[in-house]
Design a protein around this ligand. Structure first.
Ligand code: FES
Ligand SMILES: [Fe+2]
Length: 334
């Protein structure tokens, strides 16, 4: 499958205990297991008689199938108590443990690992969510800020200011980029205070979406209305979109922040928990609105799109061409 030539996040490393776990990715169930020397991932269907390997257990360096005790190591080698080494077409995957996640891709793939560029940012949170909607529909939500007026509690624009939000788009063959700027919607005084914001500050949401694998990198910050100068505090949010199957998508959300006002103590005691709460809340609100969409057909035909939506079609084109490696799509949306 072409998509698996890209590095995909699988699960949080902290979720990997002594018991194997099962995750569906791109329609296939995988078992993930941890031995002393590393982490293995393979299809969860046993190649012998299709037992669910996630019901097995790890002994030494092997995952043991609970049915006839075939053993599977983290490199994809298999042995059976009755026939010894088993030659099998199913292979292991390349794996990487980074940023608190397990990542995998097909062996012998080329292409870069999606490194996070964090320079002076502090880690706030890493969360994982399953959303009952196809990849395109989930990405749509994270690709426009029009919904922030109605759906979001804190981050975004208010309904009366939407008309004045500036929207800029660009894209090359493999990425799309959006820049939005407009007056920050009303937020409680305490949050404004610890973020050092003024009531009239403008909120900038500036993001790029990449497609190897599909992920968006959001730079979010505030500017002072009068002077146009950038506030020192800023968020950097990475969202990775992993199709579970055609109707579900798993997202991994990394939240990072630059923070100055209250120093490290304030950051750790107040700002981190507050921003973790805020971002998780917004993503939860996104999930519930996405899941309420009446028709989750991924085609945009017949939709009356607004100025905020232009990037949706551009993203679809790149999902088909760059992520899925397909030439044909429902039309070039660029
Ligand atoms: S089904 Fe797994 S060893 Fe037989
Ligand atoms: Fe949202």
């Amino acid at each position: 499958m072409f998509e698996l030539s890209h590095w995909h996040p699988v699960c949080r490393l902290s979720d990997l205990k002594s018991k194997p776990i099962k995750k569906k990715i791109l329609g296939t169930d995988y078992v993930i297991f941890k031995t002393k020397s590393g982490v293995g991932i393979r299809e969860s269907r046993c190649p012998h008689r299709r037992m669910d390997l996630s019901r097995g257990k790890v002994l030494g360096e092997k995952l043991i199938c609970p049915y006839h005790s075939w053993g599977f190591d983290i490199h994809g080698n298999i042995d059976s108590p009755s026939i010894g080494k088993v030659e099998c077409r199913s292979q292991g995957f390349e794996t990487k443990e980074k940023y608190g996640l397990l990542w995998f891709r097909s062996p012998n793939s080329t292409g870069f690992f999606p490194e996070l560029e964090l320079d002076s940012y502090h880690k706030i949170d890493l969360s994982e969510k399953e959303i009952s909607a196809p990849l395109e529909i989930v990405l749509d939500n994270f690709s426009e800020t029009e919904h922030t007026s109605t759906v979001h509690a804190f981050l975004g624009y208010s309904e009366e200011d939407l008309k004045n939000v500036s929207i800029e788009y660009s894209g090359d063959g493999t990425t799309t980029h959006v820049f939005n700027k407009g007056r920050q919607k009303k937020i409680p005084f305490l949050i404004r205070w610890f973020l050092h914001l003024d009531e009239t500050d403008e909120f900038v949401d500036d993001w790029t979406t990449y497609f190897t694998p599909v992920h968006s990198v959001f730079d979010q910050y505030w500017v002072e209305k009068e002077t146009g100068s950038k506030r020192k505090d800023a968020l950097k949010i990475y969202v990775f979109f992993v199709p579970i199957d055609e109707s579900k998508t798993r997202i991994f959300v990394f939240t990072y922040m630059k923070y100055n006002k209250l120093g490290n103590l304030g950051l750790n005691l107040m700002v981190k928990p507050a921003m973790k709460f805020i971002v998780r809340l917004e993503v939860g609100l996104d999930k519930s609105i996405i899941e309420s969409i009446e028709d989750k057909n991924v085609s945009l035909k017949g939709c009356r799109l607004s100025g905020f939506d232009r990037v949706l079609g551009m993203n679809r084109t790149r999902i088909q061409k760059v992520y899925r490696g397909l030439d044909k799509n429902e039309g070039n949306h660029d």
